[in-house]
Design a protein around this ligand. Structure first.
Ligand SMILES: Cc1cc2nc3c(=O)[nH]c(=O)nc-3n(C[C@H](O)[C@H](O)[C@H](O)COP(=O)(O)OP(=O)(O)OC[C@H]3O[C@@H](n4cnc5c(N)ncnc54)[C@H](O)[C@@H]3O)c2cc1C
Length: 386
């Protein structure tokens, strides 16, 4: 089994490390940022329904397969680490504020059914029945109906990350926290070392048989050192975490790109923004105010809630909505897994298995052509939702 070095300690890098170590490889993860400054720690943890279906796109194939793997990983992670990552099929409502939006949601619902997902069109009264916490918004006419997706799922992001990290450690993965990769050395189409400044300020060269670039939004900058144009545009997302004395919702509530994600302990995530702010990962008062307004619009009086925390993360955007997963062009022992945009948590399990297959010389389970790092791109705006 090869010695592997993974650049990036977000959910993509850690999942790859876990999978490789589980196959008997020696693995080192080099990760610059601590915890919450990565996109992964910022993620809400919503998994839209992902049933397999005939004629699915490559992105749907990756998501559907990853979704199945998540169910297995959740069980295995609990066994290995004792951490329950909270993966639960809680259902999700997508609500409309006017008749035009309800018509649009009806069409979206039909396309979900075409893709084998269960989906029900709801009147305003139906929405209130599925989620009594929306009664106030229905009475005020803010919600005129919606669609209900019973298979929408949530995961407790920090718990999942902690479990994957703990599993990595149990499997012998060496994690170099606070270590910044400053240069990637290549000779004759082969990476022969990466230069790292460690948390203690020392400069070291890390060598391995195989390297995987999984540095989220920063992957493009690192790939540029290899003269590779890899698209991972940072797209900032901010979240406000409210805490209610008791749970007020049980389903994920989506309205346009905004959502309310209830946890069983009374916490409620309100998200999220989609912003082009470069590599500025800070929160802004204006965005957090807007998120509070979203919560008030959908729930009415939220004075019982306290604002427990706010945070932001930089999603690794990609203009065709697909991540780059594969061998680094022109590099025998270099691989990449980056650009998962709004679905990186969901797609992390499948991505991990695919990269581990490539590194260990196994035929990947799904066709990787659509994810090739050097594929021609369409010109979709990465700030638009997929
Ligand atoms: C607000 C928000 C909500 C989201 N909600 C969801 C959701 O509900 N469902 C979902 O599936 N996805 C969601 N996402 C998207 C998801 O978070 C990302 O797609 C995913 O986390 C990307 O993971 P990553 O490991 O590629 O990147 P990151 O988590 O950003 O990790 C990148 C890693 O690379 C390291 N790194 C960078 N540069 C260097 C360097 N020079 N040297 C060493 N290490 C380096 C960083 O320190 C970090 O460890 C959301 C994102 C945001 C911001």
């Amino acid at each position: 089994m090869p010695d592997c070095c993974i650049i990036g300690g977000g959910i993509v890098g850690l999942s790859i490390a876990r999978e490789l170590a589980g196959r008997g490889a020696t693995v080192r993860v080099v990760a610059r940022d601590q915890d919450r400054s990565t996109s992964s720690w910022a993620a809400a943890g919503i998994f839209p329904p992902a049933p397999r279906h005939a004629g699915e796109t490559p992105g749907e194939t990756l998501t559907g397969w990853s979704d199945e793997l998540h169910r297995l990983w959740a069980r295995d992670l609990l066994d290995e680490t004792g951490i329950d990552n909270g993966l639960v099929t809680c259902g999700g409502l997508h609500v409309a504020g006017d008749a035009a939006r309800l018509t649009a949601l009806d069409a979206i619902g039909a396309s979900w059914r075409d893709r084998n997902a269960r989906c029900e069109l709801l009147t305003a009264a139906g929405a209130m029945e599925v989620e009594p916490g929306l009664a106030d918004a229905v009475r005020r006419g803010v919600i005129v109906g919606g669609i209900y997706l019973p298979e929408e799922t949530q995961i407790r992001t920090p718990r999942h990350l902690e479990a994957v990290r703990r599993s990595c450690e149990n499997r012998g993965v060496a994690i170099m926290d606070g270590s910044d990769v400053t240069a990637i050395r290549v000779t004759d189409g082969q990476i022969n070392g990466i230069e790292v400044t460690t948390a203690a300020g020392n400069r070291e060269t890390v060598q391995a048989d195989a390297y995987c670039l999984a540095a989220g939004a920063w992957s493009g900058g690192l790939a540029a050192q290899l003269d590779l144009a890899l698209e991972t545009k940072p797209v900032r997302g901010q979240i406000a975490l409210l805490r209610f004395p008791r749970p007020i919702l049980t389903r994920v509530i989506n309205m346009g790109v905004d959502y309310l994600l209830p946890r069983p302990d009374g916490r409620l995530l309100v998200g999220s923004t989609l912003e082009d702010a470069g590599f500025d990962g800070s929160t802004t008062a204006a965005a957090i105010d807007r998120l509070r307004t979203v919560a008030t619009t959908l729930l009415g009086d939220i004075s019982a809630a306290s604002l427990e925390q706010v945070w932001a993360g930089l999603r690794p955007g990609s203009s065709d909505g697909l991540p780059s997963i594969g061998r680094l062009p022109g590099c025998h022992n270099g691989f990449v897994a980056a650009g998962h945009f709004r679905a990186g948590l969901h797609q992390s399990t499948g991505t991990a298995v695919l990269i581990a297959d490539l590194i260990t010389g196994k035929e990947p389970t799904i066709d990787l052509a659509a994810f090739a790092p050097d594929r021609p791109r369409t010109t979709r705006d990465p700030l638009m939702p997929p």
